[in-house]
Ligand binder design. Sequence first.
Ligand SMILES: *[C@@H]1O[C@H](CO)[C@@H](O)[C@H](O)[C@H]1NC(C)=O
Ligand SMILES: *[C@@H]1O[C@H](CO)[C@@H](O)[C@H](O)[C@H]1NC(C)=O
Ligand SMILES: *[C@@H]1O[C@H](CO)[C@@H](O)[C@H](O)[C@H]1NC(C)=O
Ligand SMILES: *[C@@H]1O[C@H](CO)[C@@H](O)[C@H](O)[C@H]1NC(C)=O
Length: 691
Amino acid sequence: PLRLEIKRWLTARSERVKSVDLHSTEPWMLVSLYNGTVMVWNHDTQVTSITHQENSKRLASIFYLKGFVCFEDDMLIKLWDWERKWLCSQVFEGHTHYVMQIVINPKDNNQFASASLDRTIKVWQLGSRTPNFTLEGHEKGVNCVDYYSGGDKPYLISGADDHLVKIWDYQNKTCVQTLEGHMQNVTGVSFHPELPIILTGSEDGTVRVWHSNTYRLENSLNYDMNRVWCICGRPGTNYVAVGYDEGSIIIKLGREEPAMSMDSSGKVMWARHSEVEQASLRTLGDTEVKDGERLPLGVKDMGSCEIYPQTLQHSPNGRFVVVSGDGEFIIYTAVAFRSKSFGSAEEFVWAHDSSQYATREGNNVVKIFKNFKPKKTFKPSFGAEEIFGGFLLGMKSNNGLAFYDWENIHLIRRVEIQPKHIFWSESGKLLCIATDESFFLLRFLPEQISAAQESKERMTEDGIEDAFEVVGEVQEVVKTGLWVGDCFIYTSSLNRLQYYVGGEIITIAHLDRIMYLLGYIPKDNRLYLGDKELNIISYSLLLSVLEYQTAVMRKDFCTADKVLPTIPKDQRTRVARFLEKQGYRAQALAVSTDPEHKFELALQLEDLITAHQLALEAESQQKWRQLAELATTKCQLSLAQECLHRAKDYGGLLLLATTSGNVEMVGKLAGGAEKDGRTNVAFLSYFIQGR
Ligand SMILES: *[C@@H]1O[C@H](CO)[C@@H](O)[C@H](O)[C@H]1NC(C)=O
Ligand SMILES: *[C@@H]1O[C@H](CO)[C@@H](O)[C@H](O)[C@H]1NC(C)=O
Ligand SMILES: *[C@@H]1O[C@H](CO)[C@@H](O)[C@H](O)[C@H]1NC(C)=O
Ligand SMILES: *[C@@H]1O[C@H](CO)[C@@H](O)[C@H](O)[C@H]1NC(C)=O
């Protein structure tokens, strides 16, 4: 599927619309109504200016600045030359019923096509009074016609009262395809000037979107404005205007997810329509980069792609890039963008080591290739509706996910889960399986596989039970993700950029729109993301912190200690809190730079000496009181006494003095309490001593 995002951009209510057009540079929509009125809408400000019939020709000339304007009248077509005061300079004869629409060939401005209720389409040359040729095939009157503007196909499209849409090759003059589906007369047809789609409108009230290469129906849009009368796209934009019984609308069509990929050296490649472009982060040099801002990158053209790219992915080693779309894939060399291999596939995935890849075809057939040569073709017994690359080959079907090893295509494990994405860490020891509701973090244990394969005992029909171990589950929807060490970085459905490590989620940024993770460049300490408009944005994320957290997760404190000095001071407390959550309080105490946090940790660790030192530095009664309590429970009575004293906690001191039978202490307490106006404690102290 094309995965298009379709948005209504403007709604302009009016009486019945006869034709619509979009200006080539200004944000203007020209609408002409059956009642003789012409309107111009500014679709940025949504303001309209209404003009009456007398002005319509002047207005029309704003839209058709150069050349001619053609109007049809009954069975004739007339050519009006606006430069010569709207002189009718030519008449074209041949149709035997009303002419409904004409369109000029964008590749040859001397040629135009006409649609007529006489059931034919005729193609004309300027300068010749009679048609060049006629296309016959519709069984009822033809209402609309359009030329395909791409360079590769000499195609025309027509829509008629027989409810059909036909696509014609006007060089060999044959009908190459008929699109069936509309329930009523077809009134408007348009090849989208940018996207590989055909739009058709009908008196059944719908606008249908078809793939222009596969002719598959992609979408049917109903905006409830009654019958459709006309459709118009504008080259260079994704806007399409549609005229109805009750007004006109502009819809904006675009890719849902950009076809974009980054290799580990920072080269980003993407497809703008069918053109592939590349930019290198290295060209940024010392340019100061701010979080969340678009990077000013120089763009290099790589060439044009023969298919309309829906996805673009670098091989893990960065040497190749695969483009897939329209049921096909092409592998190019990443540097020269030379085609290396191609084939048909609904989906394409790389193995982690780049030497193998798998494709999936429509009918559940999976093909594995090694060094670009087919290695195995098979139809998994569980089915394959979607495949996933990485350390193992994942296949999704109705009843779950099955993992196979790349070498022998043996079943490793079947899990009852419906994944949307699978992300493997670079080491292959960890993976994230993201579903529509949450994501799971798992540990992959290859050593269990060889053990099980040897003994054959632990092999069940669902594979090897112990091949994976669940480490965590988070109730969040992952959109895009990647691993750095043992940290899983992702964008969520709530547009948050976060990472998960050891059960903890750390937010890096709140994004203001949907963005897609491209990669992490360790030497820049930055994460790179792309958006639908093909902008590249970055956020800072310190490698030292990620490395430290990874080392802690692996219980490798030797590496952790080596990394620690490279973590900036202002990040140390964050790291310490992470250590604390992982249960490493002593390490956290050593790393933290926040006195409050350190004191808390010292208390938890019952480290009276450190806590005493921190309390002395802080001079807070609250801390002395907390420490007194701990000292008491640890029977450190002289420390407890000092703390209670510094906290001016006379009640506590009285209790301590009396329970420990310390007469001298009671004596001192009586004087101190009296001086501080704590007469209750003073009275009791004197009373006990018989004074
Ligand atoms: C035609 O319709 C437009 C918009 O619906 C309206 O503003 C205009 O007055 C109408 N003109 C006539 C002549 O009825
Ligand atoms: C059609 O147009 C071509 C030139 O584009 C011309 O050579 C040919 O004679 C024309 N045929 C007719 C039937 O007019
Ligand atoms: C005409 O050309 C199309 C390709 O544009 C081809 O599919 C079709 O078979 C051709 N028809 C004839 C009769 O040559
Ligand atoms: C469709 O076109 C026919 C003429 O071919 C016309 O009689 C009919 O009313 C049209 N349908 C609608 C819904 O207007």
